[in-house]
Design a protein around this ligand. Sequence first.
Ligand SMILES: NC(=O)c1ccc[n+]([C@@H]2O[C@H](COP(=O)([O-])OP(=O)(O)OC[C@H]3O[C@@H](n4cnc5c(N)ncnc54)[C@H](O)[C@@H]3O)[C@@H](O)[C@H]2O)c1
Length: 352
Amino acid sequence: MNKLNIGVIGAGSISELHFDSYVKQANANLYAVCDLNRQRAEEKAAKYNVENIYTDYHELLANPDIDAVSICTWNNTHAEISIAALRAGKHVLVEKPLCKTVEEALRIQDAVRETGKTLQVGFVRRYDANAQLVKSFIDNDNLGEIYYAKASCLRRLGNPGGWFADTERSGGGPLIDIGVHVIDLCWYMMGRPKPVSVSGNTYNKLGNRANVRNLSFYKAADYDVAHNTVEDMANALIRFENGASLLVDVSFTLHAKKDEIAVKLYGDKGGVEIEPELVFVTEMNDTILNMSPQTDAKSINVPQAFQNEINHFIESCQTGRTPISPVEDGVNMMKMLCGIYESAAKGQEIKL
Ligand SMILES: NC(=O)c1ccc[n+]([C@@H]2O[C@H](COP(=O)([O-])OP(=O)(O)OC[C@H]3O[C@@H](n4cnc5c(N)ncnc54)[C@H](O)[C@@H]3O)[C@@H](O)[C@H]2O)c1
């Protein structure tokens, strides 16, 4: 099969993992890079030996030699760039979250259906080896019916500022930025049941805590102490049509003793913790067993998960098979996330 010529749009932090993975993909050829910030695009082009540099994504999309794009820009641009790319005949790998609103998500879905091109949403945790292992256990009915899941991603100090702290560009704070990963992983493992209602709370109590000394945290390139319009913390209960439920809490900052990540699923034959450390729980001979699969990593291997995501994208483009994280899943995720924000704003449960 022909190699695919790849354009990467957005040359910031996460693009690095896309570039690294494309370099190692035999069926991909890094062909173009685009960033509003020319210097950033030039640096990536030099590092990864990319020939074509753009600052306007429309120009990149007008290049007929480009087959597929990775979209690694701010969340508020995902919809317009995805739709333009699909209409220009390109396959699309778009970073999470799919976009900012349900209305945008539905427009992207329409463009996928209209053009017949591949669109894969960057729900990278699905592509981790441990996640795929757990999925195979669930598909083999080893855990029975999954009726409850719990997802946490708590940073005690970790509002990155910059565009992440600007609702206009991000769509929200920890819920849409990091909550999306753990909610998605639970939902995928639960068999993607239809969400029917959400009840959520968001809190803006602590601000960005730029005052804190002696403990460092990641800051975006355009960090601005004075600008922060996103929530510090969110929690929610999501109910599904099949009766299952998912409880989630996430924060950019919280008076917590330490950072915490947890992805836990409970079925009627057994349970599993995917994070912080892979372990299955079941009952045998009237005895409860905690069973640790012997795998290379106990937790997500991020570079490997990105490599698997990119490999799957290239394969999906070449075969025309629907990726395991299709646009429809991005749409459902936007319904859950936006529903939680709406519920928090109205102080009541929202029917989806
Ligand atoms: N999958 C993951 O684990 C993961 C991790 C981090 C970020 N992300 C996602 O990746 C995306 C980018 O995040 P980041 O951390 O790399 O941010 P970043 O700020 O480091 O990089 C974003 C880049 O996009 C560029 N950009 C913005 N709008 C553009 C446009 N219209 N045309 C061209 N370039 C444009 C900016 O100039 C910037 O260089 C976000 O959607 C974020 O949610 C995903």
